[in-house]
Design a protein around this ligand. Sequence first.
Ligand code: IMP
Ligand code: MG
Length: 167
Amino acid sequence: MLSEEQIARRARELGAQITHDYADRALALVCVLKGSFVFAADLARAIELPLRVEFLGVRSYGAGTETSGVVQITQDLSHPIEHQHVLLVEDIIDTGLTVAYLMDLFRTRGPATVRVCALLHKPSRARAQVPIDYLGFTIEDRFVVGYGLDVGGLYRNLPYIGVIEGS
Ligand code: IMP
Ligand code: MG
């Protein structure tokens, strides 16, 4: 669906936009594990700001290709985000339930600002309205893998985004 080159170009564009928007302010990039680890690594290197990287583990899927709708934190942040400018980095926003849950959780911790950067968005499946401040690509409702995204834990290492046939 999306080639290595297309993704790399878009990640650099988003990094430049973020660098411009935050205008020298320090940023805490929160990588939502596991799916966002590849995108966050590329995005971080395209941002020219004083930058910290934090990791947050969540799970909302079982082994299949449908969200359970229940978001579990599998690994919490290791540092406080109070008074910080937080940028939540997501691989894909599908129903929006994960990001909606995380925004609510983060607001209780007193950050200066919270924004969202997602590589992919499937608007047709939205169940919760979430603001996406920075978006890589809008895609149709197919189940995609690669560049960090998995099905049943596999295919995260593909350098491109591919479609699971029949999805
Ligand atoms: P949401 O809570 O429904 O927005 O789902 C967000 C999470 O579901 C993402 O962070 C992914 O881990 C996973 N997800 C949603 N759609 C896909 C897909 O097409 N391929 C792989 N993972 C997906
Ligand atoms: Mg996943």
